[in-house]
Design a protein around this ligand. Structure first.
Ligand code: CDP
Ligand code: CDP
Length: 218
């Protein structure tokens, strides 16, 4: 069977897939694709142009011609640094809304595949294993309990891991997970041939080691 030089890491919000995928890519000297950033960029671009998040045709058109430049530590949209602007939860919800539109997913498909070069790729998202790189040599579904993911996100944002901010983040995470799980196209769920890695009790380093262990076995 033909295998692509791709490690696919899918999973829910704040499970640590971005952090783990970027570290695995650096260790293996591969490129890294943050596919969620493409959905976030599309949502931001649409909102900048006052296009409604339900307007499938217009958003797909934007997604095809997204004027984006990825550099080592920043993302430029139309020449503007949007590295921080795409990380808000409003844009996360917008990304989730437009990601449910089939024409938008189709528009971003080739752009994601173009990230694969002879160097090889580590790609994180929701459908890396099921849709974008079904031939990936290794497929991981990275997860953690919702309260732990909410704590991680709170820490990442410099907020307390209990109280009102924590509760709000937990609600947002559960709401977006529910939307991503229940959509018809590319729903959030492990691919049939994915290894499930629950990182609730693992550090980043331990999670990275697990992925590298599986990689060495293939
Ligand atoms: O970092 P976090 O997991 O919170 O979000 P993300 O990976 O940046 O993705 C933002 C949203 O884009 C998700 O809630 C999904 O609805 C959508 N997405 C997707 O549908 N498919 C992907 N491959 C990546 C993201
Ligand atoms: O990409 P995704 O939304 O799945 O998550 P992330 O942005 O990579 O990770 C969310 C936060 O959890 C980051 O601050 C990571 O450093 C942290 N994290 C952690 O504390 N323990 C892990 N095992 C994995 C991630």
């Amino acid at each position: 069977e033909l295998r692509m030089k791709v490690i696919a890491i899918d999973g829910p919000s704040a499970s640590g897939k971005g952090t783990v995928a970027a570290q695995v890519a650096a260790i293996l000297n591969r490129d890294y694709l943050d596919s969620g950033a493409l959905y976030r960029l599309t949502a931001l671009y649409a909102s900048q142009q006052n296009i409604d998040w339900h307007n499938e045709h217009e958003i797909a058109t934007l997604a095809y011609k997204l004027p984006v430049v990825f550099s080592t530590d920043s993302i430029l949209l139309n020449g503007m640094d949007v590295t921080a602007a795409i990380r808000t939860e409003t844009i996360g919800m917008g990304a989730s809304a437009i990601a449910a539109l089939p024409a938008v997913r189709t528009a971003l498909l080739q752009r994601q595949r173009d990230f694969l070069t002879p160097r090889g790729l580590v790609a994180d998202g929701r459908d890396m294993a099921s849709v974008v790189f079904p031939q990936a040599e290794l497929k991981i579904f990275l997860t953690a309990s919702a309260p732990i993911r909410a704590q991680r996100r709170a820490l990442q944002l410099g907020l307390a891991t209990d109280g009102a901010d924590y509760q709000r983040i937990l609600n947002e995470i559960e709401k977006r997970d529910q939307a991503d799980r229940s959509r018809t196209v590319a729903p959030l769920k492990p691919a049939n041939d994915a290894i499930i890695l629950d990182t609730s009790l693992l550090s980043i380093k331990e999670s990275v080691e697990k992925v590298l262990d599986w990689y060495r076995k293939i």
